[in-house]
Design a protein around this ligand. Sequence first.
Ligand SMILES: NC(=O)c1ccc[n+]([C@@H]2O[C@H](COP(=O)([O-])OP(=O)(O)OC[C@H]3O[C@@H](n4cnc5c(N)ncnc54)[C@H](OP(=O)(O)O)[C@@H]3O)[C@@H](O)[C@H]2O)c1
Length: 283
Amino acid sequence: MTAITVLHPGAMGVSVAASFAIAGHDVRWVAQGRTRATADRAAAAGLESVATLVEGCEHADLLVSVCPPAAAVDVARSVAISGFSGTYLDANAISPGTALEVASIVAASGATALDGSIIGQPAHQCDTTRLYLSGSAATVLADDLNGGPLSVLAIDGKIGAASALKMAYAGWTKGSSALLLALFAFASEMGVDDALLAEWGLSQPQLPDQLEARAAGVGPKAWRFVAEMEEIASSLRAAGISGGFHDGAAETYAALARFKDASPPPELAAVLEALRTGGATSE
Ligand SMILES: NC(=O)c1ccc[n+]([C@@H]2O[C@H](COP(=O)([O-])OP(=O)(O)OC[C@H]3O[C@@H](n4cnc5c(N)ncnc54)[C@H](OP(=O)(O)O)[C@@H]3O)[C@@H](O)[C@H]2O)c1
């Protein structure tokens, strides 16, 4: 049994924490600074909390960061300040460069960093979600963490490899959603949306059906995708490849930020309106 603290049980983090508990580990989460929504989510999953980050660090042999990508570096800094010296796994959608920055931050307090990335839906069922690990302890830790619904897989490579995999994967899935929605917003602004749907029906028959689902899928999470697209753009640039496309995708998602956590998710018409106005509301 490994003592694990998960920072912080959001939609994905709670499923990761619950999966580790099912695998037989002693899992806690840190209540300090979190909202009622996070506390309710963790309680519903039967997870035990500790009050402060310092207590979370004292509890854990393994500290796991699953938070909005824009917060990953600050979370690592606060962990280093708390004096954590165990294994620190950052599983966020960050660039290989940011993963190295996180590793060097936590090394300052004596922690050993491991790089991670998550692909799939929150891991409430088996065979839906993969946690990829890279770094020196990846294989040992993957063996240790499997046993719940989350599949944990070690891949070859140092710190940054697992993050690079996520950047390449999400660069396509979230990048293509931004592209599809932006182009359809353009067509509707120009009054050629019906003509485009008719042409797609003839030559790209898979696209019309994807519009509603992609608008609903990305709308509530678009605020978080802004930083993820920026991380992808900087990953590509660091590899000598143009990051301009994902800079544009970040701008597209910024225009949808007002749908944060919307339930029910926004309809296609509302998403197109937000894209046409750059996110400004008409009220
Ligand atoms: N959801 C998915 O389907 C999915 C899929 C693959 C990968 N991931 C990855 O998982 C990570 C988290 O996603 P999620 O869906 O769990 O997000 P989420 O539902 O928005 O939850 C984020 C969690 O982090 C906390 N948080 C918010 N702002 C923070 C900050 N500034 N510092 C520290 N913690 C903060 C939130 O707490 P409060 O709101 O209570 O403050 C919440 O508990 C991301 O890196 C994402 O790329 C998610």
